[in-house]
Write a new protein. Sequence first.
Length: 203
Amino acid sequence: MKNIDTAFRHVRGFTMLMIVGCVLICCFALYKSFSLVSQMQGKIYILANGKALEAYASERRINIPVEARDHVKTFHRLFFTLDPDDKAIQANITKALYLADGSAKRTYDDLKENGFYAGLISGNVNQTIMVDSVAVDINEYPYRFRCFATQSIVRPTSITTRSLVTEGGLRNVSRSDNNPHGFLIERWNIIDNRDLKTVSRHQ
């Protein structure tokens, strides 16, 4: 009887040890599975030119400064890159106005009413812009920004370089094909736009 009791205790202890071991292994397997699924959900695969490229998803707040600066740069590039072609001007302005509120539309209407775009076309003038820097304050919402850029206005007889400083706010909106960053520029204002230098072109 003593041997049977000892054998039973050994079997019971071994069984309990096996059960605990199985529970631990199952818990570890579940943990690793959830970790792997979460890690895989953070990866995005983009198909470009027949090749799968791996990208990583992250929280929007981490990317707000980068996306905000790129949104502001894109708007200014579209709004201020002008060629002596009415269709090209309209195409760029239309894309730019998707990225901003009525304050940008009012500026466009004022320039159009004053004959600015007609003067570009009739004078064979084209304008390009280089954004030097964009400062964005994300501590308060809507996010405030200030953009510093340099314009180059090429006329048949001269090239004029101008400084451009603008400011405004950024409000969150839904992302779309026309507004991939999901921001809307509001209360946009040009606070400085003066000539820096003019260089004659040799005919």
